[in-house]
Design a protein around this ligand. Structure first.
Ligand code: F3S
Length: 391
């Protein structure tokens, strides 16, 4: 704070000390990684861009592995999808400022599948609600729900205030959720998460009744909870790394929530705009699709002809592997577009002539109307592909 390590580090430290004081942290702790949101020009605008350039100009440098959230455009295909030159110019300046500060150009909301995958017990400072929910819950790492700027400040000094979910006692469940049996499709997990977050937005849920959940199901579950509520940590009995610590504990004082299939159907119905058949675009990949999800999509579109726009978003790392395996070619031969570095929510979708979207993500359906002025409806991956095939 006294400027010994430069002006930028002092500014970042001041910000973290203020944050720590607000939350009554008694000290700072070292972190092993960071993930920074607020990367799209659409979200942070000129003021955000200038702040980043100022920090970079004053010599801010990250001290730990730090990845970035999606930007407002695919750096390779932005012209192809109609992003304007002026937007692209400012977006490139933002990423250049981050590059100067030493952040890795993995522009994704699944950094844990792009080389930034902390282990259980590691203290990190992550922004991006879906990513940090995954880090806390599925990987067992420890992070608060950071903002883009607090995550960047932590990255620049390698520390974070010791409060909230860094402390053992705050990781214990406060809510017992009985989930309906035999959920399978990621959209069902997305809806379950959305329903929990809507009803208990500040809880740490322990979820019972889920037998096997694939990583994409857990990713959708956490993203849903973090979109409708502020849930940053959940446990799934028998599945997530910390759940066993609490499963046998007495349940006194916990709130309870029983969820049945009707609740999930109702959640999906309420989130959908009901523009059956009239979609301008099908959007998949919120959070970014994994390799397995792209493989699944490939198997459904190979050899078919998509008559409607279908965009699927992923990380650069996943894209490279998908390209090597022929998935990108198969999806694009069918008429879809595989995008990296971006997603439709943080890109200037409203300027691309898109008014209605069909998606397989409750998080995307939640944000489309408010952040993009776009109406959204929900469907499983199968329903999304069928809608893209039909005219
Ligand atoms: Fe990721 Fe964009 Fe969804 S950042 S979680 S794809 S809103």
């Amino acid at each position: 704070m006294n400027g010994e390590k430069g002006e930028a580090a002092a500014t970042c430290m001041r910000l973290l000390v203020t944050l720590g004081e607000l939350f009554e942290a008694d000290r700072m702790i070292p972190i092993t990684s960071a993930h920074v949101s607020g990367v799209s020009y659409k979200n942070i605008g000129t003021a955000g861009l200038e702040l980043l350039e100022e920090l970079a100009g004053k010599g801010a440098k990250v001290q730990v592995k730090t990845t970035l959230n999606p930007t407002g455009m695919d750096f390779f295909k932005w012209r192809e999808v109609g992003v304007k030159e002026e937007f692209a110019r400012e977006q490139l300046r933002i990423v250049e400022a981050f590059r100067k500060m030493g952040l890795l150009e993995e522009l994704t909301c699944i950094p844990y599948e792009a080389g930034n995958r902390p282990s259980a017990g590691e203290h990190v400072a992550w922004a991006e609600s879906s990513a940090l929910a995954y880090a806390n819950s599925v990987l067992g790492a420890r992070t608060n729900r950071e903002s883009g700027i607090s995550a960047l400040a932590s990255a620049a000094v390698g520390r974070t205030p010791y409060y909230g979910l860094h402390l053992d006692e705050n990781r214990a469940p406060t809510l017992l959720v009985q989930a309906p049996p035999e959920l399978e499709d990621p959209l069902e997990f997305s809806a379950l998460g959305y329903f929990i977050g809507q009803n208990f937005g500040r809880a740490v849920p322990l979820i019972r009744g889920l037998k096997t959940v694939r990583p994409e199901g857990l990713k959708a579950l956490g993203a849903g909870m973090a979109a409708s509520g502020a849930v940053a940590l959940y446990h799934v009995e028998g599945l997530t790394p910390e759940a066993h610590r609490f499963s046998e504990k007495p349940l006194g004082g916990w709130e309870r929530l029983r969820v049945d299939r009707k609740d999930l159907e109702e959640t999906l119905r309420k989130l959908s705009c009901g523009a059956e058949g009239g979609y301008d675009c099908v959007f998949l990949g919120c959070p970014h699709y994994s390799l397995r999800q792209l493989e699944r999509l490939t198997s459904k579109v190979r050899g078919r002809r998509l008559r409607r726009r279908l965009w699927v978003c992923t990380s650069r790392k996943v894209y490279e592997e998908a390209e090597r395996r022929g998935y990108v070619a198969a999806i694009e031969e069918a008429g879809g577009v595989v995008l990296r570095d971006t997603c439709m929510i943080v890109s200037p979708t409203e300027e691309l002539g898109i008014d209605t979207v069909l998606t397989d993500s409750c998080k995307a359906a939640h944000y489309f109307p408010s952040l993009c002025r776009v109406k959204a409806s929900l469907g499983t991956l199968d329903a999304c592909v069928e809608a893209a095939v039909r005219r």
